[in-house]
Design a protein around this ligand. Sequence first.
Ligand code: ADP
Ligand code: ASP
Ligand code: MG
Length: 471
Amino acid sequence: MLVLKFGGTSVGNTQAFAQVAQIVAHARAQDPNVVVVTSAMSGVTNTLIHAARSAAEGYEQPYREARSDLLLKHQLVAGQLIDDGVERAAYGRLIDDRLRSFERLCQSIHVLGELTARGLDVVSGLGERMAAPLLAAVLRAQGIDAEWVDAAEIVVTDDSFGSASPVMEPTCAHTTARLRPLLDAGKVPVVTGFVGATADGIATTLGRGGSDYSAAIVGACLNANEVQIWTDVNGVLTADPRIVPTAHTLPELTYIEASELAYFGAKVLHPKTILPAVEARIPIRVANTFDPAGPSTLVVPDVTDEGSVKAITAIKHLTLVNVEGRGMIGVPGIAARTFKAVAEVGANVLMISQSSSEQSICLAVPEADAPAVISALQKELERELSRHFIDQVRAMHNIVIVAVVGAGMRGTPGISGRIFTALGEARINVIALAQGSSEVNISLVVTEEDADEAVRRIHEAFFAKAAASSL
Ligand code: ADP
Ligand code: ASP
Ligand code: MG
């Protein structure tokens, strides 16, 4: 059993759809049981979200324009790849229906002047619900018996709208019950990525980029031999190729390396993708839709090659919150209270660093969480602040965490030295530093202006020779 997930660019236009059909046909020649998971066409989720937000702010033009743009975008592919008139008409009715409900939703959002997280999940999930039926029809046009499945029928989630988590037991029961009969009948199910529904049937999404996660969930439930993430790059590279053009493919990565990379901003995999795979020990392959025979990455439980630094990644749009003051020295419990206050506001803390002199604790949090974190800390530490045990709770905006990842780093001395030399030579200031508890990651905080150059310099320090020798 193989689960193949196609990302937005992989279903971005007619050529891409045609390419996907070839990849699916090839996979079926290897294994008769193939499940496809698809994202929305590239740009569609952004368009939907923008339209809904604009409607809440009083603007109707964006959703009206979106409706006609989305119709054109999908119908173009249908017109070019679905020859059968009956099939094409059926898809035409489906897309009309979807877009009508999109317009109705946006009208209500406009009237209410308010967009809830729950409402946004209904709108943002429409992209996959337009792409999956289209892909299934394209596959049928190529002689592959495919049937689209709405993941709301199979992926049962909690109600954390905007980044819901699956409840695995009912999800696996529904996935097996719905997909097994299709597979047994020789069909290829084409499942919508990104979306799910609560046990009460309310629409949810798994978070931006969540189709990777959908594929891993389905793969784990069906005990797939491999989950394949088909995207627009040759697997997981030593750095984002948009920042480091000389980055090269990593043939193998461990689960822990891949999840650290994803967590610290390597967009190629959604950070939660690894979770369902780890439990079921399913390998994940990351490959390029536009270069299917080219290099790819296999993510596995363990690798024999210990290596050293594997990749460098960066997570942007963060705020560093500092709690600082000489009076903190020797006062027990400040750290614990700091973390408790932050946990209570539900903020996602990406890094914690405490100076050894105990004069400061700093936390990196997403920009959007920063105001809530700062006011929670000011409240919790009110007494210490008024007595000047703590000087201030200070925010530093527009910061980036650069993470250097590799399981072999723990046994290799001198890694930090090389990182600091590289940054020092480029006169890049390191604001804070933390070593993840997993020891497969060293994280550095730098300003947004320095971030890309920091990634390039560290990459050069560790991979310049490899890049040169492969020329
Ligand atoms: P998809 O739409 O297929 O899910 P994404 O845009 O979500 O694709 O992810 C692929 C992108 O991830 C690449 O185009 C690349 O710019 C970016 N990326 C960031 N870091 C890495 C990395 N270390 N290796 C590969 N790609 C990366
Ligand atoms: N279409 C969704 C998004 O753009 C999910 C995905 O692409 O994985 O976030
Ligand atoms: Mg993605």
